[in-house]
Write a protein that binds this ligand. Structure first.
Ligand SMILES: C[S@@+](CC[C@H](N)C(=O)[O-])C[C@H]1O[C@@H](n2cnc3c(N)ncnc32)[C@H](O)[C@@H]1O
Length: 276
């Protein structure tokens, strides 16, 4: 698979620099799903998104003084939460120059610029020496990667032996019904995704790239509430989005966010692994 095939990192950046910037104004700084313990859990969306970051922090379990790579760092909030919680330094990468600037500004505001740095880089071709990180995570960024195997090969190269990897992401959960396929295809088209991974694909690709002790959890039920909440939130900035993307696209976006939340094939995994 070559990087020339869609969606190229540029297409992804276009999404985050366009519609994504409008969504940021209402969604808050965590550009990922929320996590709830069960149906009775009435935690706010903001707290629920922090919770997913905290699940990643405990899964990564970085050692004190370690250097962690944040693959697909967004505007830096998860990285800043990590350095606030643990004695580590974080390097975040994203394919959006706008996000790099926003993440750097947030780090400066938090007085954490010396421990959290951000740069423009493609996860499929990382500008880092071998074994230069103690661990890495990808929090809802793997779905955008046209070649997940290449990202995991790069992660295996830059993480030192014994270092940990954590991933949380949207996946395809089979068997997929025709109605489910329509929703999954729409997710791919909207969010600049070539295809959603499956649990089996992650397990095989991790093992093929030198990761061991792979532990995968299906947390679809814990995060599925996010889509409906996101749809409600998006309604509040409908006019701004319509100005950017047009009425038809925005109506379809909101409609599919609600449908996605109720589609069992729209799954979500959380995994940890160790670089052999
Ligand atoms: C859904 S956002 C998640 C951001 C952040 N992890 C968070 O939870 O707030 C996906 C992120 O992946 C990044 N991304 C997508 N493709 C990438 C690539 N090829 N290399 C590096 N980052 C990429 C995007 O730029 C964006 O920052």
């Amino acid at each position: 698979m070559s990087l020339g095939q869609a969606p190229a990192p540029n297409d992804v950046a276009g999404f985050y620099d366009g519609i994504g910037q409008v969504l940021n104004t209402v969604w808050g700084p965590n550009l990922h799903y929320g996590y709830w313990e069960n149906d009775a859990d009435d935690t706010s969306i903001e707290e629920a998104t922090h919770r997913l970051t905290d699940l990643m922090i405990s899964g990564l379990a970085p050692r004190a003084g370690g250097r962690v790579l944040d693959i697909g760092c967004g505007i830096g909030n998860p990285a800043l939460r990590l350095v606030g919680a643990r004695d580590v330094n974080v390097v975040g990468i994203t394919v959006s120059h706008v996000q790099v600037a926003q993440a750097e500004e947030r780090a400066a505001q938090a007085g954490l610029s010396d421990r959290a740095t951000f740069q423009f880089a493609d996860a499929m071709d990382m500008p880092f020496p071998d074994a230069s990180f103690d661990g890495a995570w990808a929090l809802e960024s793997m779905l955008h990667m046209p070649d997940r195997g290449k990202v995991l090969a790069e992660a295996a190269r830059v993480i030192r032996p014994g270092g940990r990897l954590a991933i949380a992401d949207i996946i395809e959960r089979g068997p997929v019904s025709p109605e489910g396929r329509v929703v999954l295809d729409h997710i791919c088209e909207t969010y600049k995704v070539r295809s959603l991974g499956t649990m089996d694909e992650y397990r095989e690709t991790l093992s093929a790239n030198g990761f061991v002790d792979v532990e995968i959890r299906d947390i679809s039920d814990n995060v599925s509430r996010t889509g409906a909440i996101l749809a409600d939130v998006v309604e509040t900035v409908r006019d701004k989005l319509v100005a950017q993307a047009g009425e038809e696209q925005v109506t379809s976006l909101i409609d599919f966010m609600r449908r996605a939340a109720a589609t069992p094939e729209n799954g979500y995994l959380f995994l940890t692994a160790v670089r052999a």
